[in-house]
Design a protein around this ligand. Structure first.
Ligand code: B12
Ligand code: SF4
Length: 517
């Protein structure tokens, strides 16, 4: 019985940017009694069903964006006589749909690593169960990825997870509902070991694939400290100290390492944290800015963000500590007006944001926004018989780009204005101006190349409605990706040792936490 793990994608760039972590984690969770899984990442090359024999297991991981392709892979694998197993966030949310459309024998919900051996044993015995609940496992139980199975020279960035879950509750995000609001932090030693292994293989860029790298804010600590019962304060303090302990260990890794993570804007109020990030070589972070207006932030339950000039100051705090911001903005909020687009582009440039993404409001299943939208008239409309509330089942070329009618603007206007903001932010002159944040001419040119690649991969292939522009963009992205690879991958360090004294759970007791009440 061979095991195949498939990461579905309609678009293949030949070279990919970031290693899809779930593939290598499930490979790590595969018991030694089985052969190592054959891994297919369709962002590199399409899956060939001809490699599958009757009785094999084909594991497919899906999020809402790649569902349709995932179902095609499932049907093709089942037709070859394989056991088809689905997992990932979308399978967790819609197990019945996965069985109906993806020809699944089994659907795994939640975290996959601990339940995977049981799934494989049942397939080997010829009778997998229809459902497996992987639950939310503790940070100590996260399984390390099998980086020894990585294909040579295909990826630019490694990916390592340090925490799952996020205490916030943004209305457009499903993470706090699926991964939970309790941060589940992984052992420092396990994180460092994986990074050392990646560096040995020539990866100096690593994405910390976390929901929120800053799960405990100073305000959380201050609120907990005001309570008579100090249990919560002690628990939060420990979580925070673990973050610092992790960053202290990251700081001991080779100086050319570059980490990038996702974080909330509140970290700007925490200079000690930002300084530790810089020392830890965390040179960049995606910050969910979402909206530049207070009304917009209220609409997405993100009141902990700032708007206007206060926002500019907060974002500049990241820059002044050497952390580049990839600002993420949402367009199409009911509070947006035609002037919001230019105001956002201006603010992004003024605030010293190095990179930015401008996404159109999409109701992702599992979110509050989706729950509110699912019952509306707009969601009941159909495209070729499929209701919009199941939009991921509609081929992407026929799918609308905006799902809720906007009080002021037509869907096409929002799409066109969003595209204009991408065009403006990533115009050569604007990128050149922003590239002054790095010193040498070589670094500035690299900055420009990365900016163009980012835009090509995320904007033009996602927003463009006409297929010619879409295809042209994919071609350009492929070309840019090949050129950019050399910037990211470096000489392997096969002899790199783990930092001395790396222990199980490292908690730096010496860290004094000053809470401002
Ligand atoms: C890292 C990340 C990215 C990286 C991905 C890099 C890469 N090559 O993998 C980048 C930055 C590129 C990215 C982009 C996007 N992302 Co993203 N991303 C994440 C993040 C933070 C972590 C994913 C990860 O690697 N986790 C670590 C692995 C080990 O966990 P996992 O994937 O969940 O897998 C576990 C289980 O799900 C399960 N499992 C998974 N697959 C399978 C398969 C089988 C067979 C089994 C048994 C089990 C199983 O077992 C695994 C181990 O426990 C998640 C948040 C999250 N909590 O999932 C969002 C998340 C997946 N992203 C999301 C979104 C929306 C996007 C974008 C659309 C954003 C945008 N607007 O552009 C794009 C889409 C890009 C694309 N075309 O695919 C949403 C998806 C929502 C949804 N319902 O689908 C999430 C959940 C975040 C959110 N805010 O809601 N993302
Ligand atoms: S958007 Fe970010 S801060 Fe908000 S709940 Fe999701 S992960 Fe947490």
């Amino acid at each position: 019985m061979r095991i195949h793990l498939v990461n579905p994608s309609d678009v293949s760039f030949g070279t990919a940017v970031i290693t899809p972590r779930w593939l290598y984690v499930l490979a790590g969770a595969t018991p030694a009694a089985f052969e190592a899984p054959s891994i297919v990442d369709e962002t590199l090359e399409p899956f060939d069903a001809g490699t599958v024999a009757a009785g094999d297991v084909v594991g497919i991981g899906i999020h809402t964006g790649n569902v349709l392709r995932g179902y095609e892979v499932g049907c093709a694998a089942r037709a070859r006589g394989a056991f088809v197993v689905f997992g990932g966030i979308h399978a967790t949310l819609y197990p019945d749909e996965v069985r109906e459309h993806g020809a699944a024998h089994a659907v795994v919900s939640g975290d996959g690593e601990l339940v995977w051996p049981q799934v494989l044993a049942d397939c080997a015995g010829g009778s997998p169960a229809a459902r497996y609940d992987g639950g939310r496992i503790d940070g100590d139980a996260f399984v390390s990825a099998r980086w020894d199975l990585l294909p040579e020279g295909k990826y630019m960035w490694g990916s390592v997870q340090t925490v799952r879950g996020c205490p916030k509750h943004c209305s457009f995000c499903s993470v706090w509902r699926t991964d939970g609001q309790k941060p589940r932090q992984r052992r420092v030693a396990a994180v460092i070991r994986e990074i050392v292994e990646l560096r040995r293989r020539g990866f100096k860029f690593v994405l910390l694939a976390d929901d929120n790298f800053y799960p405990v804010t100073l305000a959380d600590l201050a609120a907990a400290d005001r309570r008579a019962d100090k249990q919560r304060f002690a628990a939060l303090t420990e979580l925070r100290e673990e973050r610092f302990a992790l960053m202290a260990e990251l700081a001991r890794l080779p100086g050319d390492m570059i980490f990038y993570t996702q974080i909330t804007m509140e970290a700007a109020e925490d200079p000690a944290f930002l300084q530790a990030m810089k020392k830890a070589h965390i040179h960049g972070a995606l910050v969910g800015i979402e909206s530049v207006t207070p009304e917009g932030l209220k609409a997405v339950f993100k009141n902990f963000n700032d708007a206007g000039e206060a926002l500019v100051t907060r974002l500049q705090a990241f820059r002044s500590h050497g952390v580049h911001v990839l600002g993420s903005f949402i367009f199409g909020l009911p509070t947006d007006t035609p002037s919001t687009f230019d105001a956002t582009a201006d603010l992004a440039q003024r605030a010293g944001v190095s990179f930015a993404q401008f996404v159109m409001l999409t109701p992702f299943p599992g979110t509050i926004d989706f729950g509110n939208w699912e019952g509306t008239e707009a969601a009941a409309a159909t495209v070729n018989g499929t209701p919009l509330k199941r939009y991921w089942l509609i081929p992407s070329s026929q799918r609308p780009k905006i799902y809720s009618p906007h009080p002021l603007m037509a869907a096409d206007e929002i799409r066109a204005r969003t595209q204009q903001v991408w065009d403006r932010f990533y115009a050569l002159s604007a990128i050149w101006q922003r590239s002054a944040c790095v010193k040498s001419i070589r670094s500035r040119l690299a900055f420009m190349l990365i900016s163009k690649l980012y835009r090509q991969m995320y904007a033009n292939t996602g927003i463009a409605t006409d297929s010619a522009r879409h295809a042209r963009s994919a071609r350009r992205a492929r070309w840019l990706a090949k050129a950019a690879r050399r910037l990211f991958v470096t000489a392997p360090m096969p002899d790199l040792q783990e930092p001395a004294g790396l222990a199980g759970r490292v908690v730096s007791k010496h860290l004094a936490i000053r809470v401002v009440t």
